[in-house]
Ligand binder design. Structure first.
Ligand SMILES: Nc1nc2c(ncn2[C@@H]2O[C@H](COP(=O)(O)OP(=O)(O)OP(=O)(O)O)[C@@H](O)[C@H]2O)c(=O)[nH]1
Ligand SMILES: [Mg+2]
Length: 292
């Protein structure tokens, strides 16, 4: 991330974190922009730099959700352009999935998100039940959901309008945007939703156009994209999560495509109304079975 000389709050820092940080006075605070095996890419007011987790932290924390993920704030010791992370600051919100296996363990997708943008393509990918499952997962983690329908250029406007009506008639009240990355219709309206200093995490199936859209928002090709199959299936092009700051100051996380997931207690379908979703959301134990 190119963040030369920006304030921490431009990277998403707020009083909420300030009150909970508890870092040593000599420590530096930075945000996790990417996790590459045992190395972290961090950003602070002055630069992007590499870091690793302190051995003492690893000794005390074994569960995968205790390890830093994209979007986390960390306390570290910085020497030159390398850091040693001593602690993760409490997460305000998160997006997480249950790991496969009998032991209930969470795998973090990303942390400290203000909004999760659930992306579906109008073309082949649109699926109300899956959308509902995503919304439950988002609300379970405490972020606000946005719904984004892409590839409107490939369908008759009447079909897109029917999909919007289907979403609303299911009682889903989350804001919905529609966009075509080809004609750019809807792009400016969507851009206006993205506020400086707020963090937006893009999730959805492979091939729906997440990276294409983020490239459009950046105004240049920073993420690789790849054509989908004739039936709209993506190629799992994005394999790395990364937090970037786009023009206008919003913080955006691209994600690898997700194949399928379910929610604890909701395997048989969530029911047909948003009130069902919200009641599940407040009582749900965890999202589960989400494969990337
Ligand atoms: N017609 C049309 N094609 C689009 C649109 N948005 C993206 N595409 C195309 O869809 C294909 C997949 O786009 P990506 O941006 O790679 O999709 P992704 O969601 O990032 O996929 P993963 O990284 O695999 O999760 C590319 O060929 C894009 O050019 C759109 O609005 N309309
Ligand atoms: Mg991608």
């Amino acid at each position: 991330m190119n963040n030369q000389h920006c304030e921490l709050n431009e990277l998403g820092w707020s009083d909420w974190f300030e009150q909970r940080a508890g870092c040593k006075p000599t420590a530096t605070i930075a945000r996790v922009a990417a996790v590459d095996r045992d190395q972290l890419l961090l950003v602070d007011q002055t630069s992007a730099f590499r870091a690793k987790l302190a051995g003492s932290y690893l000794y005390r924390h074994h569960l995968s959700h205790e390890l830093p993920c994209v979007g986390d704030w960390v306390c570290l010791e910085k020497s030159g352009d390398f850091g040693v992370v001593r602690a993760i600051i409490e997460r305000r919100t998160s997006l997480r999935r249950k790991s496969a296996g009998d032991v209930i363990e969470y795998q973090m997708i990303a942390a400290n998100l203000d909004y999760v943008v659930v992306v579906q393509s109008c073309h082949f990918d649109f699926n109300l039940k899956r959308l509902e499952r995503y919304l439950v997962m988002v609300m379970d983690g405490g972020a606000e959901p946005y719904i984004l329908l892409t590839k409107t250029d490939l369908l008759d406007p009447g079909v897109v309008a029917a999909q919007l009506a289907e979403i609303r008639s299911a009682g889903i009240t989350a804001p919905i945007a529609t966009v075509s990355n080809v004609t750019r219709e809807g792009l400016d309206d969507f851009k206006r939703l993205l506020l400086p200093g707020k963090t937006y995490c893009f999730v959805g199936s492979s091939g729906v156009g997440k990276s294409t859209l983020i490239n459009q928002l950046m105004g240049r090709e920073i993420f690789e994209t790849k054509a989908v199959s004739g039936t709209g299936e993506g190629r799992h092009t994005t394999v790395r999560r990364e937090l970037i700051r786009i023009e206008g100051g919003a913080l955006v996380i691209d994600n690898p495509g997700m194949r399928e997931f379910g929610i604890f207690g909701a395997e048989g379908g969530i029911g047909s109304s948003y009130s069902d979703i919200t009641s599940i959301s407040s009582s749900v134990v965890s999202p589960t079975l989400l494969y990337i």
